[in-house]
Write a protein that binds this ligand. Structure first.
Ligand code: CP
Length: 308
């Protein structure tokens, strides 16, 4: 059996067995909740800190719900009202909060590598969970996307999965690619404009496509990505209407995919820019299922790291 995790900063180098264990545990927690279990006490007496230096709706809320459902206490650190605005440095903030006796820190930060920095500086016994760092990794999103696909199409060895959009700036894309490749997905197709594609040395996996019509042909799942304008300082933004024409998912394009192709998006979605409203809200959309699975994946991760 693969060793129990102490931190979760990336999915890279995680054995397939560990990823499958987390997905299986998320499924059992989902079943327990479906059968009426609202709250467990496996993390009673544990304290979890949500330390988000970037905005979040889904990840932060679902980590809070996940921790509470497992019986943990949760502190939501409000950056805007904190002493960060008075110039306190990250590690001083870390040690200050640790002095209040924490068991886990869930961190989101614009700088890639911040979670590993926290692992290096954190007190022993404090687990660090990456809730998204720069464009590098968003491991719980990678896990919840893999879980969502597995619930509909467990035959990963037959699947063609397209990831389309701003891959260059996307930590979701990187963690999705790692999770899906580790789980044995047959074909991962990456599609987007040249200026929004990462270098091959940065993301070696996946076959690259310029034309979305070709990428989506016969696909079993398509994961659409948001244009991450906040990370595009040195890139000229694509014109949104032209972007939708070339890289937007509409009904015509979806019809080129395999029947029943899963439509996914990590959110937040920009309707009419990367996805047509009728597709986002359509019968093939799994976007809200992804959100729901986020709670169970985060329960599984917290349980893995913190349960006694
Ligand atoms: N998918 C995702 O990370 O969404 P939030 O930014 O709302 O957390």
């Amino acid at each position: 059996m693969s060793p129990r995790l102490r931190h979760l900063t990336t999915l890279e180098n995680l054995p397939r067995e560990t990823i499958e264990r987390l997905l299986d545990r998320a499924e059992s927690l989902r079943d327990a909740c479906a059968h009426g279990t609202r709250k467990l006490d496996v993390l009673a007496g544990r304290t979890v800190l949500n330390l988000f230096f970037e905005p979040s709706t889904r990840t932060r809320t679902s980590f809070e719900l996940a921790a509470r459902r497992l019986g943990a206490d949760v502190v939501n650190f409000d950056i805007g009202l904190s002493s960060t605005s008075k110039g306190e440095e990250l590690f001083d903030t870390l040690h200050t909060l640790e002095a209040m006796h924490l068991d886990a820190i869930i961190v989101r930060h614009k700088e890639s590598g911040t979670p590993e920095e926290l692992v290096r500086h954190a007190m022993s016994g404090v687990s660090v969970i990456n809730a998204g760092d720069g464009n590098r990794a968003h491991p719980t999103q990678g896990l919840l996307d893999a879980l969502t696909i597995r619930q509909h199409r467990p035959d990963f060895e037959n699947l063609r999965v397209v990831i389309c959009g701003d891959i260059k700036h996307s930590r979701v894309a990187r963690s999705d690619i790692t999770a899906l490749a580790t789980l044995g997905v047959k074909e991962i197709r990456l599609c987007g404009p040249q200026e929004l594609m990462p270098g091959i040395e940065e993301v070696p996996q996946g076959r690259r496509y310029d034309r979305f019509d070709q990428a989506i042909d016969g696909a079993d799942a398509v994961i659409m990505l948001r244009l991450q304008k906040e990370r595009m300082a040195s890139i000229e933004l694509p014109d949104e209407a032209a972007y939708f024409t070339h890289y937007g998912l509409d009904q015509r394009r979806l019809a080129l995919a395999a029947p029943g192709c899963l439509v996914m998006h990590p959110g937040p979605i920009n309707r009419g820019i990367e996805i047509a409203p009728e597709v986002a809200d359509g019968a093939q959309s799994r976007i809200l299922e992804q959100v729901g699975n986020g709670v169970f994946i985060r329960m599984a991760v917290l349980n893995e790291l913190l349960a006694r």
